[in-house]
Design a protein around this ligand. Structure first.
Ligand SMILES: Nc1ncnc2c1ncn2[C@@H]1O[C@H](COP(=O)(O)OP(=O)(O)OP(=O)(O)O)[C@@H](O)[C@H]1O
Length: 279
């Protein structure tokens, strides 16, 4: 049996009248690269936001390494507004709504569709601060109480990570001054600095040409092996998705329409109709 790292069960996210994610159930197993694809507005980023504590889902459960980390049911005005499938299934169970920081500490890191670096910090401090976030202290207490030895170790690891990403020469530059491609790489370095078991990549190849996209795919495989990661990614570049994913989930209007290996998904008429198009 594959070891389950991430599992979504009936996850629903409704904003007013819009059901952005609709009873989505899926799983990602240890060591896999799994893609989440679908047309614009299908609900992919919203699903990531539910996993990473940005949104509190209206309904459903999310498990990480088999533990419930998010659990909700329709509450407040959603009690009246949400009447969909499984609306009552979780009523009465405890709600769990972690913050993004808490999710990071559990071992889930992510990058964003629109790069979100700490732009007024240096390249080095972006990675070092991420390391502090995963340490037992928060950023504030870390600066006051972290031991000299621990700080030294973190600084060395930060240097090593930047070297690995060919970013060491920019260590003292402001993150905002890097060209777009390097900012993307820095965002991945910052995610790795939190020592994740699960890495969520939201459109990592956005804005890249075919060669850069191919290089990125190989890079994702390399870091997955080196850091024992499980990778869950949203991507519109089908070359990257089909070549590097072990399995793919396809959603449309928030609902799962197909899942399987790249061969199965490419040939599925529902996926061709909703997203891939003929040919
Ligand atoms: N905070 C919000 N408030 C209201 N509606 C939202 C919010 N966030 C997302 N939505 C809506 O939810 C739906 C899904 O959006 P989402 O960004 O998750 O799609 P996506 O599949 O990631 O799209 P894309 O491929 O274009 O990034 C859209 O209709 C969007 O307008």
């Amino acid at each position: 049996m594959p070891e389950n790292v991430l599992r979504l069960e009936d996850v629903t996210m409704q904003f007013g009248g819009v059901v952005a994610v609709n009873n989505l159930s899926l799983e990602v197993n240890r060591g896999e690269i799994v893609a989440l694809i679908g047309p614009n507005g299908a609900g992919k980023t919203t699903a990531f936001n539910c996993v990473t504590g940005v949104y509190e889902p209206t309904n459903g459960i999310i498990r990480f390494n088999e533990e419930q980390i998010v659990a909700n049911h329709p509450r407040g005005k959603m009690k009246k507004l949400y009447n969909g499938e499984n609306a009552k299934k979780y009523v009465g169970s405890k709600t769990i709504s972690p913050t993004p920081d808490e999710i990071t500490k559990l071992g889930i890191a992510r990058t964003f569709q629109n790069i979100r670096l700490w732009k007024s910090m240096t390249v080095f401090d972006n990675v070092l601060t991420a390391k502090h976030m995963r340490a037992r202290h928060n950023v504030f207490s870390a600066t006051l109480r972290i031991s000299y030895a621990e700080e030294k170790r973190m600084r060395e690891e930060t240097e090593a990570l930047l070297a690995e990403q060919n970013l060491l020469q920019y260590a003292g530059d402001l993150a905002v001054s890097l060209p777009y491609g390097l900012q993307r790489r820095l965002e991945i370095a910052r995610a790795l600095a939190t020592d994740p078991a699960l890495l969520l990549l939201d459109e990592p190849a956005a804005g890249m040409n075919p060669q850069e996209t191919q290089d990125l795919g190989q890079f994702i495989v390399q870091i997955k092996d080196k850091y024992n990661l499980t990778v869950f990614m949203i991507e519109h570049h089908m070359d990257l998705v089909m070549q590097f994913s072990d399995r793919i989930y396809v959603i449309d209007f928030g609902k799962l329409i197909c899942e399987g290996t790249p061969d199965v998904v490419q040939a599925d008429p529902r996926v061709i109709n909703a997203y891939l198009g003929v040919g």
